[in-house]
Design a protein around this ligand. Structure first.
Ligand SMILES: [Zn+2]
Length: 431
């Protein structure tokens, strides 16, 4: 069966993504580079992208000229950093001028993505860029002894229309994966015998966590499993406890976005290595936000792009035991700009993350929560368990260390997994 799926994968890739094989080979080669070699490759690619964009993207040509930056004549990292950052809003409103002419590319794919704020961004992704992205994921798989054609369990959002579901099932058969659309207990029971053949589990980490909870008492044999990969959401420490118990493995994380590609992928030693062959990463000294330049995005460049996440980078001297010299991203701590409003001041939403992380580490207490704000100065925290005095005092005491003018209310048993897509830990209903 696996031979069949490997063949199918190779044939499909040759047709759709012919460059994936070259990119994968290159990535496997540069995996062993020294830090100097990696940084050199990183800068060469950055320069090539800037020169191409200067010549071919009307938006970036204007932007570079305004900053007095001609990447061909006077390349330096210092002058590169003078280019103002690009925002998501600009990717949307300047969309046509950002694109480079289609005749440079044999093939482009149309991509559509919507952010948490609801705006829709569309663009054309050239074949090399698309293939590089897939090759980067493939390389991450290879660190865990997995292949893209292995049997997979997928966890994405709900509310997929019936027709789309049917189409996906056919696709899924072809690419050897099956997915769960919801947590219907009957469907889950039927799934259990199949689970022991799965090699890769991937999707939103909160959903993987919920699956682990459901399976905790079911004794599923996961001996074939190579990798459990969480994307898009924070992985809380208590997710890992259940994951280790049920899957025998930690959930590893992949970090990236549709516009920026794969930014980092966790290695077997637990470090999120920055994909230096594909991205140039900076950290904004003012707000700690990540600024990414996707080095492969020739058809639709995003140079010094403000992705909106706050990050922590490891010490540049940190050496990962796995041997790879790619710099390490310690943590994606949260979204910038989502504030909890107190009566007289604002708090970053990632405060919640710290509160519940502290409770976990200091009291070994796992709490699944989601916070909602409907009114300034007040915050509702929804929890899945009954609200006890013990729970109240834990949360209120820890919150007192952070919030000074915010009234908290605990509400029990809300099933906050109802909404589609990403599980957010903070939802503001204030305009
Ligand atoms: Zn490593």
């Amino acid at each position: 069966m696996s031979k069949f799926h490997k063949l199918l994968f190779l044939r499909g890739a040759k047709k759709r993504n012919p460059l994936i094989f070259k990119h994968f080979e290159d990535l496997k080669r540069s995996e062993g580079f020294s830090r100097e070699e990696l940084l050199q490759l990183n800068e060469e690619r950055l320069k090539a992208l800037c020169i191409f964009s200067f010549k071919n993207s009307p938006f970036y040509r204007r932007r570079f000229l305004e900053a007095g930056f001609d990447p061909e004549q006077q390349w330096s990292m210092d002058s590169f950093r003078k280019i103002p950052v690009t925002t998501k809003l600009e990717l949307i409103s300047e969309n046509e001028d950002i694109h480079t002419p289609s005749h440079f590319f044999k093939k482009r794919f149309f991509v559509e993505t919507s952010g948490t704020s609801g705006q829709i961004l569309t663009f054309h992704r050239d074949e090399s860029w698309d293939s590089f992205n897939r090759a980067s994921i493939w390389r991450g798989y290879s660190w865990f002894g997995a292949n893209p054609w292995d049997k997979k369990l997928y966890f994405w959002g709900y509310n997929t229309a019936k027709l789309k579901q049917a189409k996906l099932r056919i696709m899924d058969f072809l690419v050897n994966r099956f997915r769960l659309f919801d947590y219907d207990p009957d469907k889950l029971e039927k799934l259990i015998p199949k689970l022991s053949k799965v090699k890769v589990i991937e999707g939103y980490s909160s959903m993987i966590y919920e699956l682990a909870n459901l399976l905790e008492k079911k004794q599923v044999d996961f001996s074939e499993l190579c990798m459990v990969k969480g994307t898009s959401e924070k992985i809380f420490p208590h997710y890992q406890d259940v994951a280790k118990k049920v899957f025998g493995k930690n959930i590893i994380s992949e970090y990236g976005s549709t516009e920026s590609g794969i930014i980092a992928f966790e290695c077997p030693s637990g470090s999120m290595h920055i994909n230096l062959e594909g991205v140039y990463v900076e950290k904004d000294p003012e707000d700690g936000g990540i600024i990414v330049t996707n080095l492969q995005s020739f058809s639709f460049p995003s140079i010094r792009y403000r992705l909106g996440d706050q990050i922590e980078l490891a010490d540049p001297d940190f050496e990962c035991p796995c041997g790879m010299k790619h710099p390490v991203l310690l943590e994606v701590t949260g979204r910038i700009g989502k504030n909890i409003q107190g009566l007289s001041r604002n708090y970053p939403s990632l405060t919640l993350y710290y509160i519940f992380k502290n409770i976990y580490f200091n009291h070994e207490r796992k709490i699944d929560f989601q916070a909602h704000q409907f009114e300034k100065g007040k915050l509702q925290i929804w929890v899945k368990e009954p609200v006890s005095d013990e729970l109240k005092s834990l949360i209120f005491n820890e919150s007192d260390n952070y919030f000074t003018d915010l009234e908290l209310e605990l509400l029990e048993n809300h099933d906050f997994r109802q909404q589609a897509g990403k599980l957010r830990d903070f939802v503001s209903h204030i305009e």
